[in-house]
Design a protein around this ligand. Structure first.
Ligand SMILES: Cc1ncc(C[n+]2csc(CCOP(=O)(O)OP(=O)(O)O)c2C)c(N)n1
Length: 286
């Protein structure tokens, strides 16, 4: 057993993100959360999408998989079904998870699959240099929308809640302690946890800079009841500002792998026939 420390999460590769990118603090918060949870390196696997966010794969040393664009959640679901003992985390951008991979997100919500998805939401496709994404504001001028974006931003969190996600939260890259606490809570939650992390992109989203966020985020009220699904949906529909904290939490629903009869007692790897030499099979693929 190899307990997670900041030192053993340290990658030899330095981040290539732009100065001022919100990704730096999200990575710090994720590492801090893993350390505070006192997990072992062997028990955590992180699936990364494609994008500036997905490039986190190079900047944290852990077990993981760099998936195809939009397909990270599907891979994460498979890992969890194969090995229930793993804490499975999926990291990707708003383009990756709310755009190309949205159907997989909805599937994870509907099944309440036990994994934690962190969306690095900078409201742009940033690795490809700043096209409008599903969370860009209507009217956004970008390389792909030179005359202004016509569509409304996607209601990703309300879709997640109304489709069965058990834990939905919003964090902000400028509030480190709250981000650490929300990530920890999401990882400990047994079921699907979605944490939308609002983050400035200083290179390709000049409108939503740190000053904009200071004006446009607020902490959910102390008496906000996250178990009230209707209130969570109304809160999301009503808000023109971004409420931070746990928007919705359902402790009544079982995670997917606990409900599937052929998996609830033993995961796939536990059922794997001992006489088959898995190392040989893996060697053929690597
Ligand atoms: C299947 C596929 N479609 C499109 C691309 C091109 N592509 C690479 S990164 C990217 C944008 C990523 O944006 P987002 O997910 O918001 O992440 P960010 O870079 O903003 O962190 C796109 C469209 C790709 N690599 N693979």
């Amino acid at each position: 057993m190899n307990e997670i420390t900041l030192a053993n999460l340290m990658s030899p590769v330095a981040p290539t993100w732009c100065p001022g990118c919100g990704n730096f603090s999200i990575l710090t918060a994720l590492k801090q959360a893993l350390v505070e949870l006192k997990l072992n390196m062997e028990d955590v696997v992180i699936v990364f999408g494609i994008g500036c966010s997905g490039n986190t794969a190079d900047f944290i040393k852990c077990y993981g998989l760099h998936a195809l664009h939009g397909r990270g959640v599907a891979n994460a679901i498979g890992i969890k079904l194969a090995n229930h003992n793993q804490k499975v985390i999926m990291i990707g951008g708003d383009g990756d998870i709310y755009g190309e991979g949205f159907n997989h997100l909805v599937a994870a919500c509907r099944g309440n699959h036990d994994l934690t998805t962190l969306v690095f939401n900078n409201h742009r496709y940033s690795l490809t240099t700043g096209q409008a994404s599903p969370t860009s504001a209507k009217g956004t001028i970008s390389k792909s929308t030179p005359q202004g974006l016509i569509e409304n931003p996607i209601g990703a969190l309300s879709t997640a809640i109304s489709n069965g996600a058990g834990f939905v939260a919003r964090a902000y890259a400028g509030k480190l302690k709250q981000m650490v606490d929300l990530i920890k809570e999401g990882i400990l939650y047994e079921g699907f946890s979605l944490i939308d992390v609002q983050q400035p992109c200083p290179s390709f989203n000049k409108e939503q800079d740190y000053a904009w966020y200071q004006e446009n985020v607020f902490d959910l009220a102390a008496d906000y009841d996250p178990t009230n699904q209707g209130q969570a949906l109304v809160t999301l529909l009503d808000q023109d500002k971004l409420g931070l904290g746990v928007l919705y939490r359902n402790d009544q629903r079982l995670a997917y792998h606990k409900e599937v009869p052929c998996l609830s007692a033993q995961s796939l790897i536990e059922q794997f026939p001992k006489e088959i030499n898995l190392s040989k099979a893996i060697a053929e693929f690597v």
